[in-house]
Design a protein around this ligand. Structure first.
Ligand code: SI3
Length: 305
């Protein structure tokens, strides 16, 4: 058995958006406010500095600032997973050490990006991160952006270490999810990445999910999870279908994160716009953003019953 409390990682974990001020600089006050709000929703935790968190678009110092602010604000109420993936292993190692210093609960990382890497190289990258702290490690598998296809063989080898507690799978194959769960064993966590398939992921073995659209509708993912946990598959499926219509709309804007940030701004959370090259919403998008926000709020009210 892994020598960690794995329960704290099971459930709905929001992939936290980056917070910037009007000049595009890190806004720790805004990220604290947002994290504080999420702590009231019933979600299990926050995934900081991942795809939604734009970690790859920030300096090491900026990433540290955000993580430290989030842990200081909600680290005692929510599980905080620090994504420390970077192109250079030494940056990831520095971020992993910092994550432990400030009190995060786990670290996670994609393979190094840009170079086409062998499995040995990615293993070495991850191992350096694992060895840099005493925190548990969650592999971040997102081949559509990194170009690295994690094999079942490497997954099995990594999962044999006590410190490697799970994998976050953003690849779309639920078959692969099931295979990784089987390979990792019963005390190995598998966290669903594609929000559109949250229920499918759960049904085939995921222990929860980490998602980039959860942040604008955590209540709806909690509803799907509640219906699933109660064995009410028909209702869970009906909610997943409703959520998927919203995701299709979110994905129709210049960038997903631009849309999510524009929606949060309407709700009083001004966390800026995404960094280039990610595109913000334009003035021309505003009407559709307002309509989508209203649709989400209506569904949240319905979900609360
Ligand atoms: C490819 C991608 O970005 N996938 C997202 C999903 O949450 C995704 O935004 C959602 O399913 C909409 O397509 C997450 O798996 C990534 C994530 O959680 C993160 O690190 O922010």
């Amino acid at each position: 058995m892994k020598p960690y409390n794995l329960e704290q990682f099971k459930g709905i974990i929001i992939a936290l958006y980056a917070s910037y001020d009007d000049l595009g600089e890190i806004n720790t006050e805004a990220v604290r406010r947002l994290a504080r709000y999420y702590a009231t929703t019933g979600v299990k935790g926050l995934y900081v500095g991942g795809s939604s968190g734009e970690g790859m678009l920030q300096t090491v110092e900026e990433r540290k600032q955000i993580l430290a602010a989030v842990v200081a604000e909600v680290g005692e109420e929510l599980t905080i997973i620090a994504h420390v993936g970077a192109a250079a292993t030494r940056d990831s190692v520095e971020l992993a050490k910092h994550a432990e210093e400030v009190g995060a609960h786990a670290v996670s990382a994609v393979p190094s990006i840009y170079y086409r890497l062998s499995a040995d190289s990615v293993e070495g990258h991850w191992q350096a991160i694992i060895d840099a702290s005493s925190l548990p490690f969650i592999i971040y598998h997102i081949p559509q952006t990194t170009g690295f296809h994690l094999s079942k063989g490497l997954l099995t080898k990594m999962a044999a270490q006590d410190k490697v507690i799970g994998v976050k799978i953003s690849a779309e194959s639920t078959f692969e999810l099931q295979q990784f769960k089987a390979a990792g064993g019963s005390d190995f966590l598998v966290l669903n990445g594609p929000d559109e398939q949250y229920l499918a992921g759960r049904a085939i073995g995921a222990d929860g999910g980490i998602g980039g659209t959860y942040g604008v509708m955590p209540e709806l993912f909690l509803k799907i999870e509640m219906c699933y946990a109660q064995g009410n598959m028909a209702e869970a499926q009906a909610w997943q279908f409703k959520v998927n219509e919203l995701i299709v709309k979110l994905l129709s804007f210049p960038s997903l994160y631009g849309a999510c940030k524009a929606i949060l701004k309407l709700r009083g959370f001004d966390i800026g716009v995404p960094r280039m090259p990610l595109l913000p919403c334009t003035e021309g998008d505003q009407g559709r953003i307002e309509q989508l926000n209203a649709e989400i709020i209506t569904l949240v009210e319905l979900a609360k019953g």
